[in-house]
Write a protein of this length. Structure first.
Length: 578
């Protein structure tokens, strides 16, 4: 009987293990073995193998035991059969493998020390011969197995205890794992066992919940010790909708003529298994604390595979990606290891259609830190994009506002995402008005060829927010852009608002030389709109009279408001001209 071959179900089958019933230091068996299982759930194909080994275990002599260990520095499992000298000779003769002397483990029970002085290293190819030799040695396996309860732990196991840091240090979980496997697979325990400190010979190791997120993460570490995992591929991206098997539908229609009640047709959903992103990140956090670099990298690669390489926006990834960002934000310890994945996830989300698609899933409940990072990522994308990208963001924001109008997270959503995002988008549209995209959208919409509804609402909101904060930095862009657009109602209102701003501030700007570098045509056009002389925009009359230096009644700012300064400037100008 050969060991099962590695499967494609995510991990390979562990090598065979025979356990001797564990005993306490006083010789009695533990009573709580059912609460602390040693191994995780195993694939179905290994059940028959373990049944044979449990039968062997039931008849094992106290002078010997069988277990396996993964030697340090090796990737593949190997068998180690630990028996008394007489049994070692029998097995060596059966397998034609020579023995070597070595002390493998320290044990509490003194009767096992002699059995550990000689070691027989066997590979999987020798398993059949060993099993045959053992069956020949023990004639009453079935009878003994029927009367002896199965034990899932042995004296070579260490207790990995997960505790919560409270006043009582409550024990959250307790697992039993082979000491040799812990030492070979987990660097944290390898350093602990070789340290020579008090805990190095202890039969239990305490881990706290602030380092290991939950018992499931500890169980994943146990699986890593006992299994050789195979990385899964990203596979096909999520299907948008479930596909109904048409053949089943036709069969249902035919049967419907004969039977009054039929089960609904079978629906095939082409999708990945339920998301495991949170569990994998918890495993990565535990691996980082235990210095298990290979397990850390494996867990993060599995997260990326679950999210389809962060290139998919299907309905499962719409859950997985926000969940990944939200969970990752809780554990700064692995931020550096997951930095590239974090960047990919944010880049995928920093698109109008992505946010619109995923807002109702996990994104709306993400932590503040995640939403702030998303805003920064979108702002960086806007800097390299054009006004078309910015306007698409306006459409997405307007749609989201209508969707969350009755939501209990409306205030938080607008404060952390929509408000800062709209401000950045409007700024980008303003400085890129000259590319004419907004002009074309207005003409297309108000000529009757556009889509009424969200697009019209987006255009009107864009224009109103653009002129809401007119300043010397954007006044020229707004003035030139708006006067080149179609004269429809929202544009006319925006022009009037910008015109009022020019009427208020043109004298102050002219004194400061604001119009000095303008083209003459632009100055002439603005002067005609303001009904003033174009030479006044150059500021020459004011400089000649020294009004810019506060001479002859020019007001000096001593805590006065801009409106007071404007009125005093106008009065001083009139007095100097008279």
């Amino acid at each position: 009987m050969l060991p099962p071959t590695p499967t494609t179900s995510g991990y390979a089958t562990p090598v065979a293990t025979v356990f001797h019933p564990a005993e306490d230091s006083d010789g009695g068996a533990d009573d709580d073995d059912s609460d602390f299982p040693l191994l995780p759930e195993l694939p179905e194909e290994t059940e028959s193998l373990f049944e044979d080994l449990r039968s062997l275990q039931a008849s094992a002599e106290k002078k010997g035991n069988i277990c396996f260990r993964l030697p340090s520095g090796q990737e593949e499992f190997s068998f180690e059969f630990l028996f008394s000298s007489k049994e070692i000779k029998r097995l060596s003769h059966a397998t034609k493998v020579t023995t070597s002397r070595d002390v493998i483990h320290r044990t509490v029970a003194p009767e096992h020390i002699a059995a550990l002085n000689r070691r027989l290293d066997l590979g999987p190819e020798s398993y059949a011969e060993v099993l045959t030799a053992l069956k020949e040695r023990y004639d009453s396996l079935e009878a003994a197995a029927a009367t002896t309860p199965h034990q899932y732990y042995c004296i070579y196991l260490n207790d990995a205890i997960l505790k919560k840091r409270t006043g009582n240090e409550k024990t959250v979980a307790k697992l039993r794992i082979h000491r040799g496997l812990l030492e070979a697979r987990i660097p944290y325990f390898a350093a602990l066992f070789r340290s020579g400190m008090k805990d190095s010979d202890s039969k239990s190791g305490v881990l706290y919940s602030d380092a290991i997120p939950n018992p499931e993460a500890l169980k994943a570490v146990a699986k890593w010790c006992y299994h050789v995992f195979e990385e899964s591929n990203a596979g096909e991206k999520c299907e948008e909708w479930a596909e109904v098997d048409e053949k089943e539908k036709e069969k249902g229609k035919e049967k419907e003529k004969k039977f009054s009640k039929l089960p609904p047709p079978r629906v095939k959903v082409k999708s990945q298994p339920p998301p495991k992103v949170v569990e994998l990140i918890h495993t990565a956090v535990a691996a980082d604390y235990l210095s298990a670099t290979k397990l850390l990298r494996f867990s993060l690669r599995e997260v990326e595979a679950e999210c389809h390489g962060f290139t998919c926006r299907g309905y499962r990834c719409a859950d997985n990606i926000p969940t990944f960002l939200n969970t990752l934000s809780k554990y700064p310890a692995i931020h550096d290891a997951a930095a590239s994945m974090h960047e990919k996830a944010l880049s995928l989300l920093a698109r109008p259609d992505s946010v619109s698609r995923m807002w109702k899933r996990g994104l709306v409940m993400c932590h503040d830190e995640v939403l702030e990072d998303l805003v920064l990522q979108i702002q960086a994308a806007l800097l390299t994009g054009n006004s078309e990208l910015a306007f698409k963001w306006v459409l997405a924001i307007v749609k989201l506002k209508s969707r969350i109008a009755a939501s209990n997270v409306k205030d938080r959503w607008e404060r952390l995402l929509l408000a800062p995002l709209m401000e950045s988008v409007i700024f980008q549209i303003t400085i890129k008005l000259e590319d004419g995209y907004l002009k074309r959208r207005v003409e297309r919409l108000y000529d009757g060829a556009g889509i009424w509804g969200f697009e019209r609402q987006a255009i009107e909101e864009t224009i109103s927010k653009m002129v809401a904060k007119v300043s010397p930095e954007n006044a020229r862009l707004l003035w030139k852009g708006l006067w080149n657009m179609l004269a429809v109602e929202p544009i006319i209102k925006a022009r009037d608002r910008v015109g009022d701003w020019w009427n208020t501030w043109w004298i102050t700007l002219a004194v400061d030389g604001y119009f000095e570098y303008w083209d003459q045509d632009d100055r002439d056009f603005l002067a005609s709109e303001l009904d003033i002389d174009a030479k006044d925009l150059q500021g020459t009359p004011f400089k000649v009279r020294g009004l810019d230096k506060g001479i002859r009644g020019m007001p000096v700012n001593r805590g006065k408001t801009k409106w007071e300064l404007r009125n005093e400037t106008r009065r001083a100008s009139r007095r100097s001209l008279s």
